[in-house]
Design a protein around this ligand. Structure first.
Ligand code: PMP
Length: 445
C-alpha cells in the first residue's frame, strides 16, 4: 500500500513539498505559504475568508475579473458535451467558431490562428512558423532570430533563447544558436514618463546596427513584447515600434509581437497592435484568451504567412507541428465565452477609460519613499524602487509582502512592484491599490 494512503488528508496537507511549484523558493514558501481558495470579481479569498484585492489579474490573465458566470457556465456545458477531440486531421464546431471570432478580434490582416496551450508554446510555435515560412518560400538561409533585452517569452527553449533576462538562462544552456538581441529602448532620462515616452524612437535604429553585423538575409524574425511585461513594464517610446516595422519590411524580416500580456484589452484595445497602431506579421497570445480559466494560447498570423504554407503541394501537412491539447473543447468554449463577456460588458472600453486615472494615480507615488521610477501604459504599472543597500533585488518582494498583509495582491520582481489588475477595476479600487502601496513603501527599511 502506498505510504500516502496511511496518512490523513490533513497530515498530507501539511506537507507542501509534494507540489514542486513554478518560480517559487520552495523552502521559503514552506515557512510562509500563501493559499487562495476562491475568487470573485476583483478579489481572492483565503481559506480563512480574508478578502484580497487582486492587483495582478491573477498573473496578467483574469482580465474580465474572476468567476465570470457566463464563462463558468460555458466550461461546464462544454465538459458535459465533448470532453476531448484531437485536432489532428479533425476538429469540432467550437474550435472553428472561436478561430473565426478571434481573428475578427485581432488586427485587420491577421486572419489565421494556430491554437496551443500556453504563452510559452505560442512563442516557440511562432518562432518555428517564422523559420518555416522562409523555408517554404525557398529562402532557407533565414534562420536567425532577434529578441530584445529584458524581453520575456516563456520558458520553452525557443522563448528562453530570444528572451533578454540573462539570469533566467543560468543552468539551462546551451540555448538556440544564432540569436541576437536589441537593447532596451530606455534610459534614465525617460524615468517617470507617463505612458509612452516622447523620446526614444531612435533606439529602433539599433536593429539596423544589428543587421550590419548579422547579414540581414540570414534573419527570420524579430520578436518583441510591444510593452515589455515581466521584465519590468517598459512601454515603447513613441515611434519606436513603427520604426521596427519599417526596418523589418525593408529587409524582408517577419515581425512578431508577443502579446501574451498586452492582448485582450490590457491597453484599452483588443491587442497592443491596435492600441499602438502597428501591425506585426504574427501575434502570440495566451492568458486573457480564456480569462485565465482554462490553459490556452494562440499564434495569429497574416494572410501572407499562412499563404506561404498553402502554396505547396495539397497532399502534405503544411506545418508539421501541434500539441495533443491544441484547440481543446473546454478552452475553445471558455475563449468564445470570454469574447462574449468582453463585448457584452464593454470590458475594453472600461479599460480604456480607467487607464487614465490609473496612470495618473500611479504617478502620484513619485516622491514616495524609495521610488526610483514609475512606468505605466494602459492598465499596467511598474513602480521601481531604489535597491536596498547590500540587498539589491529584494525590495519588490518586501513591498509585495507588505501589500499582501494590507489586503492587496501585487507582484514583486527584483526591486520593482508590478501591477496589472482586472480591467473591471473601479475608481475606488484604484485608490485602494495605490493607497496600500503608499502605506507599504513607508514601512520598508
Ligand atoms: N510571453 C510573455 C510576454 C509572457 O508574459 C509570458 C508569461 N508571463 C509568456 C510568454 C509565457 O506564458 P506561459 O507562462 O503561459 O507559458
Amino acid at each position: 500500500m502506498p505510504a500516502t494512503a496511511l496518512r490523513s488528508e490533513a497530515e498530507r496537507g501539511n506537507e507542501p513539498d509534494a507540489f514542486w511549484m513554478p518560480f517559487t523558493p520552495m523552502r521559503a514558501f514552506r515557512q510562509d505559504p500563501i493559499l487562495f481558495d476562491r475568487a470573485e470579481g476583483m478579489h481572492y479569498i483565503t481559506p480563512e475568508g480574508r478578502r484580497v484585492l487582486d492587483g495582478m489579474a491573477g498573473l496578467w490573465c483574469v482580465n474580465a475579473g474572476h468567476a465570470q458566470q457566463h464563462i463558468v457556465e460555458a466550461i461546464r456545458e462544454a465538459a458535459g458535451r465533448l470532453d476531448f477531440v484531437s485536432s489532428f486531421k479533425m476538429s469540432h464546431p467550437a474550435a472553428q467558431a472561436y478561430a473565426a471570432r478571434l481573428c475578427d478580434f485581432a488586427p485587420e490582416g491577421l486572419d489565421h490562428v494556430f491554437f496551443v496551450n500556453s504563452g510559452s508554446e505560442a512563442v516557440d510555435t511562432a518562432l518555428k512558423i517564422a523559420r518555416a515560412y522562409h523555408h517554404a518560400r525557398g529562402d532557407a538561409r533565414r534562420t536567425k532570430l532577434i529578441g530584445r533585452a529584458k524581453g520575456y517569452h516563456g520558458m520553452g527553449f525557443g522563448g528562453l533563447s530570444v528572451a533578454g533576462l540573462g539570469r533566467q538562462k543560468r543552468g539551462f544552456g546551451p540555448l538556440l544558436p544564432e540569436v541576437a538581441h536589441l537593447p532596451l529602448p530606455y534610459d534614465a532620462g525617460l524615468a517617470f514618463s507617463l505612458g509612452q515616452p516622447e523620446r526614444g524612437a531612435a533606439y529602433a535604429e539599433d536593429l539596423e546596427k544589428l543587421l550590419d553585423v548579422h547579414d540581414p538575409l540570414s534573419v527570420a524574425a524579430v520578436i518583441v513584447e510591444p510593452v515589455i511585461g515581466s521584465g519590468g513594464v517598459y512601454p515603447p517610446p513613441k515611434g519606436y515600434l513603427e520604426r521596427l516595422r519599417a526596418i523589418c519590411d525593408k529587409h524582408g524580416i517577419l515581425l512578431i509581437f508577443d502579446e501574451v500580456i498586452t492582448g485582450f484589452g490590457r491597453l484599452g484595445a483588443p491587442f497592443a497592435a491596435q492600441a499602438l497602431g502597428v501591425t506585426p506579421d504574427i501575434i502570440t497570445c495566451a492568458k486573457g484568451m480564456t480569462n485565465g480559466s482554462v490553459p490556452m494560447g494562440g499564434v495569429i498570423v497574416s494572410g501572407d504567412v499562412y499563404g506561404a504554407f498553402m502554396a505547396g503541394p495539397p497532399d502534405v501537412i503544411e506545418l508539421f507541428h501541434g500539441y495533443t491539447y491544441s484547440a481543446h473543447p473546454l478552452a475553445c468554449a471558455a475563449g468564445l465565452a470570454t469574447l462574449d463577456v468582453f463585448a457584452e460588458q464593454g470590458i475594453i472600453a472600461q479599460a480604456k477609460a480607467s487607464s487614465v486615472t490609473w496612470q495618473a494615480r500611479a504617478h502620484q507615488l513619485k516622491g514616495a519613499p524609495h521610488v526610483a521610477d514609475i512606468r505605466t501604459l494602459g492598465l499596467l504599472c511598474a513602480i521601481e524602487l531604489s535597491p536596498k543597500p547590500g540587498a539589491a533585488g529584494t525590495r519588490g518582494a518586501a513591498g509585495a509582502k507588505a501589500c499582501l498583509d494590507a489586503g492587496v495582491l501585487v507582484r514583486g520582481s527584483g526591486d520593482t512592484i508590478v501591477l496589472s489588475p482586472p480591467l473591471i477595476i473601479s475608481q475606488s479600487e484604484i485608490d485602494e491599490v495605490f493607497g496600500v502601496i503608499e502605506g507599504a513603501l513607508a514601512t520598508l527599511d
